[in-house]
Design a protein around this ligand. Sequence first.
Ligand code: PGA
Length: 261
Amino acid sequence: MEVIVRPDTASAAEFTARLIADAINEKPDFVLGLATGGTMEPVYADLARMNREGKVDFSLVRTFNLDEYIGLPPEDPQSYRYYMNYHLFDKVNIDKRNTHLPDGMAKDEAAEGERYEEAIRLAGGIDLQLLGIGSDGHIGFNEPLSSFSSITRAKPLTPATWKQNSIYFNPPEAMPMRAFTMGVGTILESRRIVMLITGEKKAGITAKAIEGPLTSMVTGSAIQMHPNVVVVLDEGAASQLTMRDYYDWIFAHEPKWAPYR
Ligand code: PGA
């Protein structure tokens, strides 16, 4: 795992967008795993700008999102399909037929999980999975105690997650209590992981996920088992890390980071 700390939220997001764009430029029919949430909004704005400027081409890119609320149709403004169309897909030259999320309205939940796993397999697997982290340490909606070998399935959200995200719903009680999510195992099968965390509020959970013990109580800690991970942080999110000197040393001296310094 490598940890890159940028001075502020905007530059952390821009760095993340650049990593993604550079990866797509190396392999145009890229399979990109996507995440939602407030953290990712500036990343998608940067990717849309780079696409407008001709710096990245989405025409052959295929995408798979981490999760979707159960019970919300795609046209619901709180659905993650709506979020993705609004923040990225409607703003870049992607073919929407190549964009995938679990179907929140699927009647047969077990079949939907299997269908999604199969779709990822048929696409050749995920080249790069973008991740955020929840305040409870979740990646996707893999809430505490999710197995590290879990696959896409329906998952009950914790009361804390429900409360945190319900502010976006009107009324707040309309927030679903369950979601389809890729499993921790699905995420670990991707060829590369880029995790972006910003804000001092996440400093504690960031330190637990990156430097703490492997535990399903913090499913974000599972990324420690993946051989190809970059974690991008702003100063706030990085403020409780103990090995900070080492992370900065690597970024300052490793040749592969020279173009990004
Ligand atoms: P956030 O969500 O970016 O809105 O904080 C992250 C998450 O819950 O995974």
